[in-house]
Design a protein. Structure first.
Length: 487
């Protein structure tokens, strides 16, 4: 069943208390949700530190995965990621196992949470792609001294996140969507998001669509954050921009988030397990309470969600605040703050408003694995990455010699993205990681795999290669970038 399809009366939710302060913030949110009258039942499961200690490297037991597969909705506390040994983050594992492709992080000004931006009415949402990009975590040591990470961005992933952003704008009555990318530098990966954004934007003529270069977006967020409504961006950019946005409105104690997919949605605060505060009844549960508000809306409990959000606003407005903003010597205890919110359920603030939310319509794209089908394709050359201690001129002379009677000729050698052979006059500090570009001498041409093997055999006679990339053209468009200085 799709997560955005209407459910039966009572919704079963997998709840993961998590580590450190997790159980305290989760209990606070559960108590408030129950008091709101929402029709919910909890199924408690474990993940995180205790599970790692039992020797399970994923940190997520099978029972938890089975529960999530059944309930499709998760409210979770933070999970500690062991530092310094091999385990992956259990958080990232959960997000990726269930293809929660959109990370939605709202940031709004709250009463009594004084920041340098108070009074400017910040109310924005960062929609971050959640499963692709550098966060796929595919990394290789290429030479003993050179590491590589793959930044994988798919057309389908871009379309899902962009459509989610526009649909979110509609569901929340927002007027603008900014797409923040580094497309000026990474034309294929970041550029894919920009191109898809520009295409999809035409289907939403009532929403203002702007592209912004991500570094300027970070700058504008500090300078004039109130200009933003929805920001859609790639995983890495979104990680940074969403933390920046939450800092503008009071920081981690107030930053909710939702990981949304077509099948499963995982609701968690942005903050971690803050171990030094664990068990002390002092931390701020607002982030997880506002996260639970997002969850209530997701399951169609719009009235309960609005009641809880209003109660949080009324409580903060009345001056009840936790130690992170009031000072730990005089702030309200986590439990007392929770009691105050429960006591304020049903009340409305005169000044602080809650948006009128509609159901979020998630995109349902085709299921074809080869989502984009070109009419034509050709292999027009080969990049061979070579580990070599030789200076560029010597490596170049050797490779030209090795391919003298081949159908492929050495076009150039690059080093970390800059052409170093034939010489350009540039002064470059080279590493032992060369990209050697071979192209077919006569055009048009299509390189066969036999020719690839033959070239590699020739190179192996004198050099150590560590990986190759075919130079592809799809529909007569180049599918590879040139090095700096290459024509
Ligand atoms: P953190 O747990 O978020 O805590 C950093 C600091 O933020 C705290 O020391 C505290 O600041 C403040 N803070 C965080 N949550 C707060 C709250 N609810 N109320 C008041 N203040 C709060 O970040 P970390 O220390 O980098 O990470 C600790 C562990 O959590 C790590 O194992 C990390 O991997 C994990 N983590 C998990 C998640 C997740 O499950 N989604 C996310 C992030 C980190 P002050 O010290 O200034 O008071």
């Amino acid at each position: 069943m799709d997560a955005d399809v209407a459910r039966s009366d009572t919704t079963l939710i997998t709840v993961i208390p998590g580590d450190g302060i997790g159980p305290e913030v989760v209990t606070s949110a559960q108590r408030i949700v129950e008091a709101s009258g929402a029709a919910i039942k909890w199924e408690e499961c474990e993940a995180g530190a205790e599970v790692f200690k039992k020797g399970l490297p994923s940190g997520v037991p099978t029972e938890t995965i089975e529960s999530i597969s059944r309930t499709r909705i998760v409210l979770k506390g933070p999970l500690e990621t062991p530092v310094g040994f091999g385990e992956k983050s259990a958080n990232v594992t959960l997000r990726k196992l269930f293809e929660t492709y959109a990370n939605i992080r709202p940031a709004r000004e709250l009463p009594g949470v004084t920041t340098p931006y108070s009074g400017r009415g910040i109310d924005l949402v960062v929609v971050r792609e959640n499963v692709e990009d550098l966060y796929a975590g595919i990394e290789y040591m290429q030479t003993p001294g050179v590491a590589q990470a793959l930044k994988i961005i798919s057309r389908k992933g871009c379309e899902k996140i962009v459509r989610t952003a526009f649909e979110l704008a509609l569901a929340e009555g927002r007027e603008k969507v900014h797409c923040a990318t580094k497309a000026n530098i990474m034309k294929f990966t970041e550029g894919m998001l920009k191109r898809v954004f520009e295409e999809v934007a035409r289907e939403y003529p009532d929403i203002e669509a702007n592209h912004i270069i991500v570094d300027n977006c970070a700058h504008q967020l500090v300078k004039r954050p109130e200009q933003f409504d929805v920001i859609v961006t790639t995983n890495m950019n979104g990680d940074i921009l969403s933390d920046e946005s939450s800092a503008l409105v009071g920081g981690l104690g107030f930053a909710p988030s939702a990981n949304i997919g077509n099948e499963v949605a995982i609701f968690e605060a942005v903050h971690g397990s803050a171990p030094k505060y664990a068990g002390k009844d002092v931390i701020n549960p607002t982030a997880l309470i506002l996260t639970a508000v997002m969850m209530l809306r997701h399951i169609g409990e719009f009235d309960a969600a609005a009641d809880v959000e209003h109660a949080v606003l009324v409580t903060l407005e009345s001056g009840v605040r936790t130690g992170d903003i009031a000072g730990y010597d005089k702030g309200a205890a986590t439990t007392a703050y929770t009691d105050a919110i429960i006591g304020n359920l049903g009340k409305r603030s005169e000044k602080w408003k809650v948006r009128d939310y509609k159901p979020l319509r998630l995109p349902h794209l085709g299921t074809d694995i080869d989502f984009v089908k070109p009419k034509t394709r050709a292999v027009v050359g080969l990049d061979v990455f070579v580990e070599s201690p030789l200076p560029p001129a010597e490596l170049g002379a050797s490779l030209m010699d090795l391919t003298r009677d081949s159908r492929l000729s050495l076009k150039m050698i690059g080093n970390r993205g800059t052409k170093v052979f034939p010489p350009t006059g540039a002064i470059t500090d080279v590493a032992d990681h060369y990209r050697c570009r071979f192209v077919i001498r006569e055009k048009p041409g299509d390189l066969s795999d036999d020719e690839v093997h033959e070239l590699l055999q020739r190179i192996s006679l004198q050099h150590r290669w560590m990986h190759i990339e075919k130079l592809l053209e799809f529909d007569d468009e180049l599918g590879f970038t040139r090095d700096q200085g290459e024509n």
